[in-house]
Design a protein around this ligand. Structure first.
Ligand SMILES: [Zn+2]
Length: 136
C-alpha cells in the first residue's frame, strides 16, 4: 500500500500517460472509457460503469473503516462519505449541503471545497477544523 501511495503522490502511478511514456502502451487512453490522456485525476473520477462499480464498495469500506476501526465522529464520517460520493459523481458540480450541527464540520466543509478540493484531500491534505473536531 505504501508503495502505491508513494507512486501516486509522485505522479508515477500507471496511468495511461505514464504507461505510454514508459512505452508499455501504444496510447494514453483510459482503458475503461477511452478518454484521451488518462491522468491521476481521471483515474479517480472516471465515469465508466466499471470504474463506478469499482469505487462504490471502496466507499463502503472507507465508511466502515472510519466508524468501526478509527472511531471517527459520525458527523465527520457522514460528511466525508457524502462529499466524496458527490465529487466522484460530478467533480465539477455543486458541493452537497452539510447537515451537521457541529460548527467545525461546517467550517471544514467550506474550506475543503473552496480552498483545497477533494483531489488534494485524497492525497492527504485535510483541513485543520476537521482534524481538530476529531481530536476534541
Ligand atoms: Zn475513464
Amino acid at each position: 500500500m505504501q508503495k502505491s501511495i508513494s507512486k501516486w503522490l509522485s505522479g508515477d502511478a500507471a496511468t495511461g500517460i505514464v504507461m505510454k511514456r514508459r512505452k508499455q502502451r501504444l496510447h494514453a487512453h483510459c482503458p475503461c472509457c477511452g478518454e484521451d490522456d488518462e491522468h491521476l485525476l481521471h483515474v479517480l473520477i472516471c465515469s465508466a460503469d466499471a470504474a463506478v462499480d469499482f469505487r462504490q464498495p471502496l466507499l463502503t469500506d472507507l465508511n466502515n473503516w472510519l466508524i468501526d476501526d478509527e472511531d471517527t465522529h459520525p458527523d465527520i464520517a457522514d460528511y466525508l462519505l457524502t462529499s466524496l460520493t458527490s465529487w466522484f459523481e460530478d467533480p465539477f458540480g455543486t458541493e452537497p449541503v452539510i447537515l451537521s450541527t457541529i460548527p467545525s464540520i461546517r467550517q471544514a466543509a467550506s474550506q475543503q471545497s473552496q480552498e483545497i478540493g477533494w483531489y488534494a484531500f485524497l492525497c492527504g491534505f485535510i483541513v485543520e477544523p476537521l482534524v481538530t473536531c476529531q481530536q476534541t
